[in-house]
Design a protein around this ligand. Structure first.
Ligand code: 5GP
Ligand code: ZN
Length: 114
């Protein structure tokens, strides 16, 4: 999508601090980190939100979670713990409509979330 900021990040049109990439997945540090580790993990394919998923996307979604685990291990947070969350829609706080997992770690994360 030409007007999508995360598609532009994947293409390198917008700079980002990349931490992981493979054929299907791209991951980079959040510009406005909410924890010592805050990574966004996105599919290279433009999908706007969870509402747009169907079974044809199942492999891609699985790969986002596998990438999250790899990054958590590499960054040293696998044992201490981390949170992986995906917001969908306005009430959940989704602001960028290119599907993304947030990987958060490095501080105690309260539950329930705000
Ligand atoms: P959402 O609120 O949609 O779940 O999360 C969008 C996230 O994208 C926010 O945490 C925000 O800080 C991050 N973000 C928005 N624009 C950019 C950008 O241009 N670069 C980076 N690295 N993060 C961004
Ligand atoms: Zn996009």
């Amino acid at each position: 999508m030409s007007d999508c900021i995360f598609c532009k990040i994947i293409d390198g049109e917008i700079a980002s601090e990349r931490v992981y990439e493979d054929d299907d997945v791209f991951a980079f540090r959040d510009l406005n980190a909410q924890a010592p580790l805050h990574i966004l993990i996105i599919p290279k394919m433009h999908i706007a939100s969870i509402n747009d998923l169907d079974t044809s996307n199942a492999d891609t979604i699985g790969k986002l979670y596998i990438a999250a685990k790899k990054i958590a291990v590499e960054e040293g947070y696998a044992d201490k713990g981390y949170r992986v969350v995906m917001n969908c829609g306005e009430d959940a706080g989704q602001t960028v409509f290119h599907l993304h997992l947030h990987l958060l770690a490095g501080r105690p994360l309260s539950w329930p979330p705000g």
